[in-house]
Design a protein around this ligand. Structure first.
Ligand code: FAD
Length: 382
């Protein structure tokens, strides 16, 4: 068997793998990315792609701030001719209960202390800005006008195409069968079609699939899949509706650049596996929740629905860390908020892989926190 060599191997062609490949290739490194199917086939291409700085932990806020600084010029920078459909129409978390409003206030206080322009809104202020929203029962909201959303498929593809333009090898429909390690050091990967690739540094960015791959070199990563559903409506008039999310029932909606609406809703009964089907229960639950807040959409037709896997960890926060196998870096576990961290995590992983100092302190994302029972809960997760 011929063995091929490269400087860096990336396993996983979601937004995290593709963004890291772009950062490495742009800096002149030899990088090869392996993806089982097509770029964005996992959580990334199936995401609602809301972009927000509304987090309740410092490192997530700082990373989110970096993301929002990148998005306005990213389409130009990646220069692939694809429309990223980035829109800064704002992102609002509405509250029905005092306990939820109190948490939103704490999150906003933290964000403001980090120079993120978030604000709390009263129902009267919400009504004045977006009179088409039905506010029955809503006691307040947290809002950031710099936030918004993007097209998750063109974002992931653009990172991959730009990486390729800078010399990265992007091998789609090329699943990695196992990782290779020797004497406690990473050596490379073996693909399903029997190719062996060697590199001194490997990034495992395979979303919820990271667990099974890391186990091939004896590393146990506490990440698991959780199916989440979305639906899209037919297009309606574009009225620049902000993304609206409600922690009380886990429902959210956004208007896309072409006027269609995406609806999503958390459901703890969904399977914790990689199944890609979806249910009538979702359709009924999400439309009931969203119509309560957005009655103007009554009568709009649903075009299709789909599902994808969140890559969850026990504390709903990411893992970015070196593993006990020297040279093996992990970036996974982003739960329901990982799409927007493509820019910051890609940059960070490039820094780690090339021995640079990370631009933020990532101690809280460390793998050992689970064994040490020092979990890092993100209060603003969905
Ligand atoms: C319904 C839904 C809504 C969401 N909404 C939002 C949102 O509004 N905002 C937000 O920021 N995030 C959101 N997310 C979360 C976000 O999509 C994910 O956290 C993020 O996309 C994870 O990116 P990733 O690159 O780490 O993983 P993934 O995109 O899952 O990529 C991992 C890739 O690894 C590949 N792979 C697996 N095994 C192998 C192997 N053996 N060899 C090679 N490749 C392999 C997979 O095919 C996959 O393409 C949502 C997710 C879902 C499902």
């Amino acid at each position: 068997m011929t063995v091929k060599t490269t400087d860096f191997i990336i396993v996983g062609g979601g937004v995290h793998g593709a963004s890291t490949a772009y950062q490495l290739a742009k800096a002149g490194h030899k990088v090869t990315l392996f993806e089982t199917r097509y770029l964005g086939a996992g959580g990334s291409g199936r995401s609602a792609a809301g972009l927000r700085q509304h987090f309740g932990t410092e490192v997530n806020c700082l990373m989110a701030k970096y993301n929002i600084q990148q998005f306005p010029t990213l389409e130009q920078e990646l220069d692939t001719g694809m429309d990223l459909e980035f829109r800064q129409w704002g992102y609002m978390w509405v509250a029905y209960k005092d306990s939820v409003l109190d948490q939103l206030q704490k999150n906003v206080d933290l964000q403001v202390s980090l120079d993120i322009p978030s604000e709390m809104l009263t129902p009267e202020e919400i009504h004045a800005r977006w009179p088409y929203l039905c506010l029955d029962g809503i006691i307040g909201a947290a809002f950031c006008g710099e936030d918004g959303h993007i097209n998750p498929q063109t974002l992931t593809l653009s990172y991959g195409h730009a990486a390729r333009r800078h010399g990265a090898v992007i091998k789609t429909f090329c699943p990695v069968k196992k990782l290779l390690a020797e004497n406690g050091k990473i050596k490379g990967v073996v693909t399903e079609d029997g190719e062996e690739w060697h590199a001194d540094k490997v990034l495992l960015a395979a979303g919820a699939w990271t667990k099974e791959l890391a186990l091939t070199v004896g590393v146990d990563i506490p990440v698991y899949p959780e199916r989440h559903n979305l639906l899209v409506s037919e297009p309606v008039e574009v009225f620049e509706c902000p993304m609206v999310l409600c922690m009380d029932d886990g429902a959210y909606f956004k208007q896309c650049a072409n006027g269609t609406f995406l609806f999503g809703r958390d459901d703890q009964d969904e399977p914790r596996d990689f199944s890609e089907g979806n249910s009538a229960k979702f359709l009924e639950g999400v439309t009931t929740s969203v119509m309560k807040r957005m009655p103007a959409l009554r009568g709009a037709r649903v075009v299709r629905q789909w599902s994808g896997p969140y890559d969850n960890t026990p504390d709903h926060n990411a893992i970015i860390d070196w593993t006990p196998v020297e040279g093996l870096l992990i970036d996974c576990g982003w739960s329901g908020h990982g799409l927007q961290f493509g820019p910051s995590a890609g940059f960070l992983c490039k820094q780690l892989l090339t021995g640079e100092k990370p631009f933020v302190d990532i101690h809280r994302y460390r793998l050992a926190r689970f064994a040490e029972n020092d979990l890092f809960f993100e209060p603003a997760f969905i």
